[in-house]
Design a protein around this ligand. Structure first.
Ligand SMILES: [Fe+2]
Ligand SMILES: [Fe+2]
Length: 259
């Protein structure tokens, strides 16, 4: 059984390697469930309870819970891509397995952090915004762009803001360590997406400079809105070009416009 079909979060982590290995063996695409199984309530982010400040253990645990929900979806999206794209290059699939296992490790760190603060998984609801941003109709280039370059790319900006916000918070050492390690490793995940995006464009004889804005234009309607200021330094490290960063900046400005 693949990890997105198991409800228990700890079972998902325990079985991640086996799940990826099974997915790597597939020779034809697997039909994934409409939604991944959860052992906690799923609610739209707008219906989640208000957040407390980071000065309280509750506020810190809640932040880690929100992050855990993201890491969980990132992990499941990794397995999903492996099951839906058995024809993808072997090198891509092997690297994606490593990224997916790294997401499971991020999830484990968040869950242990929540418990060390005296709370537990399920104390707050979760959302499926990342899982819902992809679809069975995606091409491999769409999927790489959505998951590893758009969603994980904006995660770098948000992670860096969070690290800076935590700097002035007392009793923050546990979460600070977790968030810093995750954000550092996420640079590698986004870079994986940047490298393979260009590699697959090359195989398909597409110019990435033309493909990127066209593909983003066709996908942007279904992407969750990200309005965090862009961290150019991190994005350059993660393989974005100046033109791609400018595209995201323009998109962000559009998202910020009142409707
Ligand atoms: Fe992660
Ligand atoms: Fe990641």
């Amino acid at each position: 059984m693949f990890s997105f079909s198991t409800p228990d979060v700890w079972d998902k982590i325990k079985n991640i390697e086996k799940s990826c290995e099974e997915a790597l063996k597939l020779t034809s695409p697997w039909t994934v469930p409409l939604e991944p199984a959860r052992d906690v309530p799923i609610l739209h982010p707008k219906q989640h309870p208000p957040k407390k400040g980071f000065s309280t253990p509750e506020g810190q645990a809640r932040m880690l819970h929100d992050l855990a929900s993201i890491e969980l979806q990132a992990m499941e999206l990794g397995v999903r891509t492996l099951t839906e794209f058995p024809e993808a290059p072997d090198g891509f699939r092997e690297e994606l397995m490593a990224v997916t296992i790294s997401e499971a490790e991020h999830l484990r760190m968040c869950l242990e952090g929540i418990e060390s603060l005296g709370f537990k998984w399920g104390d707050w609801p979760v959302h499926l915004a990342l899982w819902r941003a992809v679809g069975p109709e995606d091409s491999l280039l769409d999927r790489i762009l959505i998951v590893h370059r758009y969603l994980e790319g904006s995660g770098l900006d948000a992670g860096d803001t969070l690290i800076r916000r935590l700097e002035g918070t007392a009793g923050k050492e546990t979460i600070q360590k977790i968030v810093k390690q995750i954000n550092f490793e996420e640079i590698g995940h986004v870079d994986f997406g940047s490298r393979w995006y260009r590699e697959i464009c090359k195989t398909d004889k597409r110019d990435p400079g033309v493909d990127f804005p066209e593909r983003m234009d066709s996908l942007r309607q279904r992407l969750p809105k990200r309005i965090e200021p862009l961290n150019k330094g991190l994005r350059l490290k993660a393989g974005f070009t100046e033109a791609e960063i400018q595209y995201f900046e323009n998109l962000r400005q559009d998202f910020l416009k009142p409707r």
